[in-house]
Design a binder for this molecule. Structure first.
Ligand code: RIB
Length: 305
């Protein structure tokens, strides 16, 4: 039986333009291309976990608009269980994304239906949560809901992962004791810890501060610098595989989904981190959110090469 991952989080339709560079305030740029692509941090992490070997259920909300149908269909196409994906009146979540020639991006999200994923809606799918080995959350749904899921996941004895993205400041202090793995990127680690994070050394300081706040284990993803794992006892650096970057959108999501799938399947933390890193590295070689996420066979082929 494949391990079971439950993702509680967002689904967005990504409206993606490519341009030579990101626009400045007040500036109009001529873009190179436009595409609508299924995304949203929750849905991306669900797709990553499914493509990378786990059996996945998604708890979330989509609007009763055309995007809602497309977002649901994208998950169903990955054999993701959508019994807990609720259609609500109004618009689905959207993300306006610009990607430049250096593969950097800028993203504005509008929550839409994601904002209607209340604790009450999640509580209605408690049996789905109870069936999980690993529960994953991000911060694109209401904070009250995230807090509920972390605590309920802990009470049910699940492995609880929080990807605190996007982060605007410190997390509520009472969340930490419910989190097994906190997985921020540099800017999120900085927002959470109040420390600048732009190097391995500064990431280590931030990780120690987050552990002191009560996080069980912290993995800070650092792009080309790899990732830094810390628990109460030790700190370990995992260098990133070298690849040619085309678009970094959903690289963090691919890492989180891949890490969760590998961990749930019984791999060690170190193996799961390396597995997530290879998956994330492969995702940056391709454009878009969900279309860029690799399959288990891609990761295996990379590791064998
Ligand atoms: O992490 C990438 C995702 O962030 C995009 O798919 C977009 O929807 C935003 O949520």
């Amino acid at each position: 039986m494949p391990a079971k991952v439950v993702v509680v989080g967002s689904l967005n339709m990504d409206l993606v333009t490519r341009a030579q560079r990101l626009p400045r305030a007040g500036e109009t740029l001529i873009g190179e291309s436009f595409a609508t692509v299924s995304g949203g941090k929750g849905a991306n992490q669900a797709v990553a976990s499914a493509r990378l070997g786990a059996q996945v259920s998604m708890i979330g909300c989509v609007g009763e608009d055309a995007y809602g149908g497309q977002l649901r269909a994208a998950l169903l196409a990955e054999q993701i269980d959508c019994q807990a994906l609720t259609s609500v009146e109004g618009a689905s979540g959207v993300a306006l994304i610009v990607v430049d020639d250096n593969s950097q991006n800028a993203i504005v999200i509008v929550a839409g239906a994601n904002g209607l994923l209340t604790p009450g809606v999640v509580a209605g799918f408690d049996a789905v949560l109870a069936a999980a080995d690993v529960v994953i959350c991000q911060l694109e749904v209401p904070m009250l809901t995230v807090g509920y899921v972390l605590k309920r996941g802990r009470a049910l004895g699940k492995t609880v992962i929080l990807n605190p993205a996007p982060a605007t400041g410190p997390l509520p202090a009472d969340w930490y004791s419910s989190i097994d793995y906190l997985i921020p990127n540099e800017s999120e680690a900085s927002a959470l810890s109040g420390l600048p994070v732009d190097s391995l050394e500064s990431a280590e300081l931030a990780a120690r501060r987050l552990i002191a706040a009560g996080a069980g284990k912290v993995i800070i993803t650092l792009g080309a610098l790899g990732s830094l794992f810390a628990n109460g006892q030790s700190v370990e650096h995992f260098p990133a595989p070298k690849v040619k970057s085309v678009d970094t959108t959903a690289a963090g999501d691919t890492f989180v989904g891949g890490f969760a799938a590998a961990l749930a399947s019984g791999k060690s933390e170190a193996e799961a981190i390396r597995f997530g890193q290879v998956a994330a590295a492969l995702s940056v070689t391709r454009a878009g959110a969900q279309p860029s996420i690799p399959f288990l066979s891609d990761v295996q082929a990379f590791n064998a090469s």
